[in-house]
Write a protein that binds this ligand. Structure first.
Ligand code: SAM
Length: 298
């Protein structure tokens, strides 16, 4: 057998033997040939030009070695937006859309009833959360912070390409928004424990986007501790966290004096987002249906 694939069908068979997911293989082959999946299926026996065969071979090897398909393709879909991604940013996960859905629920009834609610996304990475909110709720004034220059550059470029206005700020957590207050603060911060056994599977993504101290809670603690100085009365703090951190995050919020602690579940049914409201919490802030779905605790 030659080292390089001779046809699309041959490339897909090699991908299967390498353990590459079928959809990823289609996307990678399609990206090299600049053709949609339907075209690949109709031309699977066509001979591959040698340069395309070489590029497909290299991409399949890299994917088989664990490099995320999104980095190889250079983009990832999130909340209906195509975002450029690279190794400076975490690949946005579908589960994070849960946080965006919750944010949009809150924005549908903004606590301060302002026409242009102020929203802050802490640790924006590719800009996924900030851009999804700016796109879906254009009245919001969105600010996004990241401590990584490379991430912020990527997020800014995504915003420009999508024509979405977000104020991008470089710095650590609340440092670049000193003295400012928001109606809604969102964050998907690093939350993996430093010695978590799953970290090797994530070795292509920036370590600074993943780990947060010995228990994975150090950034969540810092954000919860400092958020009240940056929230309007009645403003919400909504956080994504690990599948086993919901109780700990809820307790941190209560200890800091937040009210109405609630959870949202990811696609796998785990409580992966926890949020609460900075006082005063008026009765009826959550509807009865929301309270039931979210585990609302008055
Ligand atoms: C888990 S990633 C989330 C990225 C993006 N929000 C998403 O959901 O795909 C965490 C992000 O927090 C950023 N980060 C880590 N430490 C930070 C800090 N001290 N201040 C601001 N951002 C930080 C990382 O650079 C990374 O982009």
């Amino acid at each position: 057998m030659s080292e390089l694939p001779t046809s699309i069908d041959d490339a897909l068979q090699r991908a299967r033997r390498l353990g590459v997911d079928r959809l990823d293989a289609h996307l990678l082959v399609g990206a090299v040939l600049q053709q949609p999946r339907s075209w690949l299926l109709a031309h699977d026996r066509d001979p591959l030009p040698p340069d395309a065969a070489e590029r497909i071979h290299a991409l399949l090897q890299r994917r088989a070695a664990g490099e995320p398909a999104a980095y190889l393709l250079g983009h990832k879909e999130f909340f209906g937006l195509t975002l450029a991604v690279n190794p400076d940013v975490l690949v946005p996960r579908p589960d994070t859309e849960t946080l965006v859905h919750w944010a949009l629920e809150v924005l549908a009834q903004p606590p301060s009833h302002t026409a242009a609610p102020r929203v802050l996304d802490l640790g924006t990475g590719s800009g996924a959360i900030a851009l999804a909110v700016a796109h879906t709720h254009p009245q919001a004034q969105v600010t996004a912070v990241d401590a990584s220059e490379g991430a912020l550059r990527t997020a800014r470029l995504n915003g420009e390409r999508l024509g979405l206005a977000v104020a991008w700020r470089l710095g650590s957590w609340f440092e670049p928004v000193a003295g400012e207050r928001f109606d809604l603060i969102l964050s998907n911060p690093p939350y993996i424990a430093e010695h978590d056994p799953h970290l090797p599977d994530l070795r292509f993504e920036p370590r600074s986007a993943l780990t947060a101290g010995a228990d994975g809670l150090s950034d969540l603690r810092r954000i919860i501790d400092q958020a009240p100085e940056h929230l309007q009365a009645g403003g919400w703090l909504l956080l994504e966290h690990g599948w086993d951190q919901a109780d700990a995050v809820a307790q941190l919020l209560r200890d800091r004096g937040f009210l109405g602690v609630a959870h949202r579940h990811d696609l796998g049914g785990h409580a992966r987002c926890t949020g609460a409201q900075w006082a005063p919490c008026r009765a009826g802030t959550l509807s009865g249906r929301d309270a039931l779905n979210s585990g609302y605790e008055p």
